[in-house]
Design a protein around this ligand. Structure first.
Ligand SMILES: Cc1ncc(COP(=O)(O)O)c(C=O)c1O
Length: 389
């Protein structure tokens, strides 16, 4: 038996309709959108547009052409961060960016690269128990030069879910970029109500689409302060050797991952049919069950928030090396987990788990059952008892 608990990396399994849609696209269409007037190329364009519309419906975004397809969430974050910095640097303006200690390396590394171009940034500390940032601390970190505030909605280490609605209010005059890698498809998001200027998301985690999909939804108008970081053929305005400025072509150079987008569109239909709210309620029940089951275990502790302000990502701190525990979980019990620092060095530093090689992370998905969670917690109990005896 193999029981997959690494949905924070990518979700598995996918709804069967996803696999069907990918095969159907490759078997029956196979064309590249916007690259021809023949019927299958128009069919591909329609599918691309459909998928943009579904994504906008999901997060209440007003304009499908402001939904940009990317390779993954990392790619979307790079576009948002580097594109914003590049725009203002070209105008000769100082650029300062604010983020939090729960940021993933897909935010921290672009920021470190930008240091060399004169961009400064502030990493706002978070509560060492819950991982929550105090929105007032974000407000204090904002300076006259701040051009962007970047916040991870859900932590991939502790599952902490930040109060992005309050942070959105603080960011009234500064573009607010939300990294929804761990929340898109898990928690309802409304970009208009939450004042989100840019929403970066993977298609392959909570949205249940295939690997190699993701996107950046921007508020109409943001394209005027967001430079493109990748140029090339768009199938449009081919007579000009310069990048077109119309949306979404400005940011979508090269051929799309249409097999992936066909799968993503099918998974979005699956999600929209059920509703993100219902999926969240189900995940919350599983979280509560897991926390109840592991509450009194010795030799292991759950790092991060209890039932409030969290999603189904759990970091477990054992007395032993997390890698050895993860290996034991798989080889003896068939449980796939993820040990280490999870590409989020400051989050582990804050939680006090960097010096012990990190934690063992287990992350829940849409297909987990109560029995799966009970098997997981019973197994953790067995392992800790074995170690203690
Ligand atoms: C919080 C967070 N941001 C960004 C990413 C990057 O997402 P992707 O794997 O789609 O590039 C991840 C991946 O795990 C993540 O957890």
């Amino acid at each position: 038996m193999q029981l997959y608990f690494d949905n924070a990396a990518t979700s598995f399994p996918k709804p069967q309709v996803v696999i069907g849609a990918m095969a159907a696209y490759q078997n029956d269409c196979g064309a590249s959108p916007g690259r021809g007037a023949y019927r299958s190329a128009s069919g591909a364009t329609n599918l691309l547009d459909l998928c943009r519309g579904q994504l906008c419906t999901l997060v209440h975004a007003p304009s499908p052409e402001h939904c940009i397809f990317t390779l993954n969430c990392t790619d979307a974050l790079n576009l948002a961060i580097v594109g914003t910095a590049t725009h203002f640097l070209a105008l000769g303006e100082p650029v300062h960016i604010v983020t939090t200690a729960m940021a993933h390396n897909s935010v921290l590394r672009p920021l470190s690269e930008l240091d060399q171009r004169g961009v400064t940034h502030t990493v706002v500390p978070v509560d060492p128990i819950t991982g929550l940032v105090d929105p007032k601390d974000i407000k204090k970190a904002i300076t006259k030069s701040t051009k962007l505030v970047v916040v991870a909605h859900g932590s991939n280490v502790t599952g902490t879910v930040q109060d992005i609605e309050t942070i959105g209010v603080i960011c009234e005059d500064i573009p607010f970029l939300v990294d929804a890698a761990q929340t898109m498809g898990h928690i309802p998001i409304d970009v208009q109500r939450m004042n989100i200027a840019m929403l970066a998301f993977p298609g392959h985690k909570g949205l249940l689409g295939p690997l190699g999909t993701g996107g950046l939804i921007i508020k109409p108008g943001i394209e005027h302060t967001l430079a493109t970081i990748r140029t090339g053929g768009t199938g449009s305005a081919s007579e000009f050797p310069v990048q077109p400025s119309n949306m979404p072509d400005k940011y979508e150079s090269g051929s799309h991952n249409m097999v992936g987008i066909a799968g993503l569109s099918a998974s979005l239909s699956w999600i929209l049919e059920r509703g993100v709210q219902a999926l969240q309620e189900r995940e919350q029940e599983l979280c509560e069950l897991f926390l109840r089951n592991t509450k009194n275990l010795s030799g292991v502790s759950v790092v991060g928030p209890r039932t409030e302000n969290r999603c189904g990502v759990f970091s477990l701190r054992f007395d032993e090396n997390p890698l050895e525990i993860a290996i034991q979980l798989e080889t003896e019990f068939g449980i796939q987990s993820r040990a280490g620092l999870h590409c989020a060095p400051f989050a582990h530093e804050t939680m006090g788990t960097s010096n012990c090689n990190g934690t063992v992370r287990v992350s829940f998905g849409a297909f987990h059952t109560e029995e799966d969670i009970t098997y997981l917690s019973n197994t953790i109990s067995t392992i800790t008892q074995k170690v203690l005896s």
